[in-house]
Write a protein that binds this ligand. Structure first.
Ligand code: ATP
Ligand code: LTN
Length: 325
């Protein structure tokens, strides 16, 4: 099956991005035809620092490789290098009602945060995302819970295009993990862990053991003493249990039994140790790749030329279907 997904180079990649999205990619890449993109054109729809963007793009690519994406099996590339993404986005603009974009939850939330600076790109962002997906005739799009709505819109755009201009696009479907599709903030466990929030709200994949211990140690827990999964009444502990379960591949039930009778502090200490063990390879591999930056450039250049071939084939079909020259 064809798989496509991407992460924006817009901030520090965190445990939510890793557990809900990157980790599932690793299972998918063994049996499928996968394309993993650094979606830089999406990242510039909110205020950003141009002098940091190139570094951030390479940092996201480094994380993909560090996590275990194999560039010999999967295509890894930067969105803005393959111009067909913007060409298709323009064409899809012409068949997408503005109302569909205005009702997107992410648009409402992000535009509320930056009232003075809402650009047309922020509204049109789901069309660019649809272009990313449809350009590669994608069947499955692994994402976190908050992106499901955008993948559903991409499917609707594909359906509409096919009905109007003839069968052209595969209809994509979101793939979301059952538990952990929305990892919560460490300090406010009713809000999602986010790249754009304060550092103490999340674990970054390159955090040091000291940072991990400090953040987990001061994460918000709930009243009571028991290590029990109950998101409505114990959102903090439930979030930590979810993280523990995904990192250790133990079920939440097993963890509840393992920690029965133990206090929050003992549980947090074990979770910190597990996180340190799992994240140390990220820091090690990062330094290794930073000592040899040409490797990332080479992988991204190779990935872009592979992606371009597929994208150009789709664009040929699209131009013919739409009656363009
Ligand atoms: P921001 O919070 O600034 O919007 P982000 O952390 O959501 O950024 P993205 O690049 O937009 O980062 O997301 C990359 C992928 O990670 C998406 O598929 C998204 O659904 C997923 N994701 C992001 N945050 C979480 C989270 N807290 N839990 C699970 N998945 C998440
Ligand atoms: N909008 C997504 C990132 C993204 C994406 C995609 C994800 C852009 N294009 C295509 C899957 C498929 C987000 O995580 N904010």
């Amino acid at each position: 099956m064809r798989i496509f997904s991407g992460i924006q180079p817009s901030g520090e990649i965190h445990l939510g991005n890793y557990l809900a999205v990157i980790k599932p990619w690793l299972d998918l890449q063994t049996k499928n035809d996968c394309i993993f993109c650094v979606v830089d054109w999406h990242a510039i729809t909110v205020p950003y620092e141009p002098k940091n963007l190139q570094r951030k793009i390479k940092e996201v690519a480094t994380i993909y490789l560090t996590a275990g994406i194999n560039p010999e099996k999967s295509i890894v590339f930067t969105q803005s290098v393959v111009k067909e993404h913007t060409e298709l986005a323009w064409l899809l603009n012409t068949i997408t009602p503005i109302g569909d974009l205005q009702r997107m939850t992410q648009f409402k939330e992000k535009s509320a945060k930056q009232i003075k600076n809402v650009c047309a790109g922020l509204l049109n962002y789901p069309i660019l995302m649809a272009a990313d997906i449809l350009l590669y005739q994608t069947e499955i799009v692994p994402v976190g819970q908050d992106q499901k709505q955008h993948v559903e819109l991409a499917r609707e755009i594909a359906r509409r295009f096919n009905a109007k201009f003839g069968e052209t696009f595969t209809l994509p479907q979101a793939q979301i993990i059952k538990i952990g599709a929305k990892i919560m903030s460490l300090t406010e466990p009713n809000k999602k862990m986010s790249k754009s929030d304060k550092p103490e709200t999340r674990i970054g994949l390159f955090d040091t053991p000291e940072q991990i211990k400090k953040k987990i140690g001061s994460s918000t827990t709930d009243s009571g003493k028991e290590i029990k999964y109950n998101p409505a009444e114990k959102p903090g502990v439930s979030n930590l249990l979810t993280i523990y379960s995904l990192l250790s591949d133990k079920t939440i039930k097993d963890l509840e039994n393992e920690f029965a009778g133990q206090n929050y502090q003992a549980f947090k200490q074990k979770l910190s140790e597990l996180l340190i063990e799992k994240l140390t390879p990220f820091r090690d591999k990062k330094s290794e790749l930073e000592n040899n930056p040409a490797i990332i450039d080479k992988i991204l250049a190779h990935g872009a030329s592979q992606a371009e071939k597929i994208a150009q084939q789709t664009m040929k079909k699209v131009r013919v279907a739409m009656g363009l020259l």
